[in-house]
Write a protein that binds this ligand. Structure first.
Ligand code: 8YV
Length: 323
């Protein structure tokens, strides 16, 4: 009989729930609702492993109050800014994530947002559905080219690099990037990417800016009013990383005043809340955090969590330890 008690805080694809149930004493949050801090604290006291998602806020206060039984947080997702990793280290709780398996799915959404924002896809669709489209015209819904333009990537990890591949080889885009560490010449050569020493230089020269750095305190409001002001007036901003990287109120102002041409967002500072100021702006595309939302990807994410748990409970170092 399985001994370890595992909690999945949300519903996962059936295939993965089944796989884990055959190996562990698994509890699934059947209602698929977001657990509140008290429920999370109780879970930390009752389970050997908790498998959270981006919707589970695990700051130091919750982790400290609840810590007792839990040994590992097998996060379902690559971003871990919802978990206080320092507190986990202090409390001796291991944390793993799921890189690689969602790279292409998320890069696809970055490309989709670039296209939708530049070619006014959301706006056009809204017109059709509202029966407001009265036929083709030479001067209506005129967008901006994507092909051959310059794409600046803020962060150049797996997802940033995959976005560069699709943009460069699919749309002939010139690639610039800014990140804490410069990539190797071999990685740069894959997309002819040029490193920008300063973020400002990247913002001033890009036609599209796409955010791919981790979230959390270190990158909070990295793109604020001042930095948005450095972008070209004809440029577009895309964010598939974490909402907090962009100062949303400043972005709404910049979009309203046409400081930049448009934006495409898949993530928000206070999900699922979306800033009301975005709602009546035609030049922003708003998606509901779709980055990893394909069945194959969500199954692969679950299997990656399973692999991490298996190694952990076998006394081995998990493949994707982040704390
Ligand atoms: C995940 C994401 O689906 O992996 C991430 O960091 O942002 C998403 O695509 C989500 O985080 C699930 O926890």
């Amino acid at each position: 009989m399985p001994t370890q008690k595992i909690l999945l805080t949300r519903r996962w694809p059936t295939e993965v729930e089944h796989y884990l149930s055959q190996r562990y004493d698994v509890t699934v949050n059947e209602h698929d609702t977001v657990l509140d801090p008290d429920a999370l604290k109780a879970a930390l006291r009752s389970y050997d492993a908790i498998c959270p998602t981006v919707t589970d806020k695990l700051p130091a206060e919750v982790l400290q109050a609840g810590a007792g039984k839990v040994k590992i947080l097998g996060n379902y997702g690559v971003g871990v800014s919802h978990i206080d990793l320092q507190a986990c280290k202090r409390l001796g709780i291991a944390v793993t994530n799921t890189p690689d398996v969602l790279t292409d799915a998320t890069a696809e959404i970055a490309i989709m947002l670039m296209l939708m924002a530049a070619r006014r896809g959301g706006e056009g669709e809204r017109q059709v559905r509202a029966h407001e489209w009265n036929g083709w015209a030479p001067t209506r819904l005129i967008g901006a080219n994507v092909t051959g333009q310059t794409l600046g990537l803020v962060g150049f990890g797996r997802i940033g690099q995959a976005t560069a591949q699709k943009a460069h080889h699919g749309f002939g885009m010139r690639i610039l990037y800014h990140s804490r560490n410069r990539a190797t010449p071999a990685v740069e050569a894959l997309t002819g990417a040029s490193y920008c020493h300063s973020l400002e230089e990247l913002l001033e020269t890009s036609d599209f800016v796409s955010v791919h750095c981790p979230g959390g305190a270190a990158s909070r409001h990295l793109l604020d009013a001042k930095r948005l002001d450095r972008m070209k007036r004809s440029a577009f901003l895309v964010n598939t990383a974490r909402g907090e990287v962009v100062d949303e109120a400043a972005l709404a102002e910049a979009l309203r005043n046409r400081v930049i041409a448009g934006a495409g967002l898949d993530v928000y500072e206070h999900e699922p809340r979306v800033l009301e100021a975005f709602m009546d702006l035609e030049n922003v595309v708003l998606l509901p955090h779709l980055g990893s939302a394909t069945l194959a990807t969500r199954v692969a994410m679950g299997m990656r969590v399973a692999e991490n748990l298996e190694r952990f409970f076998a006394g081995l170092e998990p493949r994707d330890t982040v704390a």
